[in-house]
Design a binder for this molecule. Sequence first.
Ligand code: MGD
Ligand code: MGD
Ligand code: MO
Length: 732
Amino acid sequence: MVATGMSQPDESVAIVPTGCSNHCGGACLLRVHVKDGKITRIETDNGDQPQIRACLRGRAYRQRVYAPDRLQYPMRRTGERGEGKFERISWDEALDAVAGELNRVKETYGPAAILYVSGGGDLSMLHNWKTVHRLLCMHGGCSMMWGYASNEGATYASMATYGHPAGGSTQDDLPNSQTIILWGTNPAVTIQGAGTSFFLAKAREAGARIISVDPYYTESAAICADQWIPIRPGTDTAMLVAMAHVLIEKGLADQHFLDTYTVGFDRFKEYVLGDEDGVAKTPDWAETITGVSADTIRDLAIEYATRKPAALLDGWAAGRTAYGEQFHRAAITLAAMTGNIGISGGNAPGSLSAAAMTFRVPYPISSGGGNPIERGSSPRKYALPPGAPGTRIHNSDIADAILKGKSGGFPEDYKFLYLNSNNFLNQFPNTNKAMEAFRKLDFIVAHEQFMTPTAKFADILLPTSTFMERNDMASSGQHTAFVVYMNKLIAPLHESKSHLDICTGLAEKLGIDGYSGKTDEEWLRDAVSKSPGMGDYDSLRKKGLQKSTLAEPHVGFKHQIEDPENNPFPTPSGKIEIYSQQLADMNHPKIPPIPKYIETWEGLTDPLAKTYPLQFISIHSKRRAHSQFDNIPLLKETEPQQLWINPIDAKPRGINQGDTVEVFNDRGKVIISARLTERIMPGVVNLSEGAWFAPDENGADRGGNPNTLTKDDYSPGGAFASNTALVQVGKH
Ligand SMILES: Nc1nc2c(c(=O)[nH]1)N[C@H]1C(S)=C(S)[C@@H](COP(=O)(O)OP(=O)(O)OC[C@H]3O[C@@H](n4cnc5c(=O)[nH]c(N)nc54)[C@H](O)[C@@H]3O)O[C@H]1N2
Ligand SMILES: Nc1nc2c(c(=O)[nH]1)N[C@H]1C(S)=C(S)[C@@H](COP(=O)(O)OP(=O)(O)OC[C@H]3O[C@@H](n4cnc5c(=O)[nH]c(N)nc54)[C@H](O)[C@@H]3O)O[C@H]1N2
Ligand SMILES: [Mo]
């Protein structure tokens, strides 16, 4: 145990540093009090600013470690899939069962019939998805999925437009902005990279005007915004295109910037002015689509172009829509039109992440020679245009792929599902269909800490330790980049094991040589030694946190803008591609070569809106990291799971505050209490993502899981479309 040396009234208490690596992307510092082998209290960073301060989830982590419903020992399913009936077995029996099925499926159907689906769990360096990936690759390979649930739309747009997936500035540059637009982003809750709220507060103190464009009046807007512009989900591109119209009409476009650094603006201009299709994309045109008044659109356009430098922070949520990539492409185009790319106080939209954040240790674990069965072209984001179809399936196609297999045009007939740190049935679209698919499989194994809705479908459950019970490291940072050493604080509880230990045990059963042969610490020590900037492993372990504060904020694409001759953009033209010839060559009607507003399926213009008139979104909750922590009573109290609905929509339905309501469409039904609030705009309802699916005897979900209602479809560029769905709401 490593003590920090702070003076303590109780000498038997050690305060040990670790990092909270739970799937929000924060990796914030925790200072954990440990006494007699027990965690007694959790504090956070109290050092120099900018601190890496943990939020309510990290501070409540003790409740998770000692949760009475932790999975304690390996289990075998005894009831039907989904019923939740299991019997206790030994580790030896559990690993024998998994190894036996891995071998049987590989020998009978080939390794590609083994589908590996991993999830966030901890965003740490050692005990992550790579542990199982290495094992399965060494066993002969496995099928995989593609598509970031988070930001595939943004990644696609950035690749197509800049030729690079990340181009944003670090957030310590925000205080240099005169105007900041939070376009569908709520960093006070989503943390991501830690500390954005701190710099938003600094920006506000320095006089920046902050505007939030969002169907929900977010916590971030409540804290720091001057203006809230509610907008209908999935219509953001129309508003951005109309802002471009304003700039063209008023002569506010930065022609020098466009001429020097971009290609294809003229084509975009033709579309915006209506030369191409006879429809001028005016603010009045956009008002009808977006619900934002033409005057508001005009004012925001002028402000963004004139109150400079201005940072447009295009969050990922508006990209998680049916044509999500168009939103990010349009945001980049608007930033180029106003010359806000590559300058301090501006921001290059597209991914919200900064390319400079390279202060990391290499991942210790590799796939060991790659996945032998992976073939064909890689997902679109790496290859525009796509080549031959690959072996990967999109994350929103998994249910169909399992149900239909080769006869449905998918690469394989899947038999074995390996789930690691993933709550698939809860977190991926169309839960009812996905359950049907899971029932069809020969075998499912899951590494889990709790009896989640997905765990109930596993044949064998392998209990995993929490990060407080093992050594690891994590890195994050959107301003100060940092690495946290995650000290093991207590011995693994019950019979739980780390992912690395589980896979090491399986490798033995499978007769795979050279899977690990090292302890956690040896893997980590090795990784640190390969990273010269990181210093000495033992001192990192002791102090817990290593920061790399940049001498000055990183400005995305600064070099490309300051010296374009020597620093072309990594696109075919060497410039920002407002018009992309690569996209044009794909000749896909829904992936136009210039950014365009495309009406979404399940939007208000879909005939389905007559039956299901409300737009449905799922915001990330402050009390969960996805489905993690949903079962922690203390956190539950902070924000009960409810349907958020505007009184304007509630009243005609006879719904009062707290009434039980039914939220439904053709895919499923949720029965939950209603929270009437003007913070959600009329016409839009929200069930925050992550609540555990809990079907009653009629199959209606009493847990309030949004994926009971979402559609298992995705954008042409691969974006997860969870914010595109229609529902109806009625009193129960
Ligand atoms: N507390 C917490 N933090 C998290 C997570 C978590 O589960 N909990 N998850 C982490 C992960 S993996 C990710 S990917 C990120 C996600 O980060 P985001 O995608 O930024 O998070 P969301 O809460 O989904 O959406 C942010 C805002 O976008 C708005 N929004 C939704 N649809 C639209 C739209 O069509 N247009 C516009 N303009 N706005 C829209 C929502 O109302 C919400 O206020 O968060 C990370 N951080
Ligand atoms: N409707 C809707 N659906 C969404 C989204 C949305 O906005 N709306 N967002 C999507 C996004 S952006 C994402 S990234 C996905 C996330 O989807 P997932 O990655 O599936 O979500 P998590 O809830 O983080 O699931 C992690 C699971 O791993 C288990 N686990 C097992 N071992 C460990 C361990 O060692 N450590 C930890 N920490 N956990 C372990 C946890 O108990 C938990 O059940 O969800 C997507 N789903
Ligand atoms: Mo995500």
